[in-house]
Design a protein around this ligand. Structure first.
Ligand SMILES: [Zn+2]
Length: 75
């Protein structure tokens, strides 16, 4: 029996940065028009340190739809 990867719990919003376990404060919204319908929103959670990195990654590909504080995401 293998140990499953711990799923992020709803209340425990962890940064999507590689290897980062910091609490997320930003929700970066994106959409890849090749695989997602236009109204679909994918979300990457980011701490302050990784927000720029994740935004740049998506901006380079033209995927980013916006960034909102994570509290707004939960509403
Ligand atoms: Zn981070």
């Amino acid at each position: 029996m293998t140990t499953p990867e711990p799923d992020p719990v709803d209340r425990e919003l962890v940064c999507s940065g590689k290897g980062c376990r910091a609490q997320a404060v930003w929700a970066v919204l994106w959409n890849n028009p090749k695989i997602h319908t236009p109204d679909r929103r994918k979300v990457w959670l980011a701490c302050d340190d990784h927000r720029d990195h994740l935004e740049n990654f998506l901006d380079l590909r033209g995927f980013r739809k916006g960034t909102i504080p994570v509290e707004e995401l939960e509403q």
